[in-house]
Design a protein around this ligand. Structure first.
Ligand SMILES: [Zn+2]
Length: 137
């Protein structure tokens, strides 16, 4: 899951209990240079029909002190599901993004991705070596 990067979002999100659709703009964030970029950490769980924060789900129990641990619903097992109003995500997501718990988890996640990438590099290298060894036989 991490290796492939964030899971693609589904074509159709379920509506929330008020039958509102997910506002697509909430999935994106405006970067400092004025472009809008997908919130890569925001992942949809088809099983739970909810949106959650991938890095916080992965790392909130290992990164940071007890106090810093994210109490956010985005980091919970359930995530932000259709029993909440999607519209509230407009407030909740930036709020979540600014918590130190999230920032720590996000950095840990990026670090892991980086390491996995370099691991893959090593894999490819040794595989090539193996190939050239076999060719000699
Ligand atoms: Zn988070």
């Amino acid at each position: 899951m991490i290796r492939k990067g964030p899971l693609p979002h589904p074509k159709d999100f379920p509506n929330d209990f008020t039958r509102q659709k997910v506002p697509m703009s909430v999935l994106k964030v405006r970067t400092s240079n004025g472009k809008s970029e997908r919130r890569g950490w925001l992942v949809f769980s088809p099983g739970k029909q909810s949106l959650y924060c991938l890095p916080c789900r992965l790392f909130s129990h290992t990164v940071g002190s007890q106090l810093q641990r994210s109490q956010s619903i985005m980091a919970s097992k359930q995530g932000w599901c259709t029993e909440q109003k999607w519209k509230k995500l407009f407030d909740r997501l930036p709020q979540h993004e600014n918590t130190s718990a999230h920032k720590n988890c996000y950095l840990a996640w990026r670090e892991l991705e980086r390491r996995l990438e370099s691991d893959t590099g090593i894999d490819v290298m040794s595989r090539k070596e193996i190939m050239s060894e076999t060719e000699k036989l």
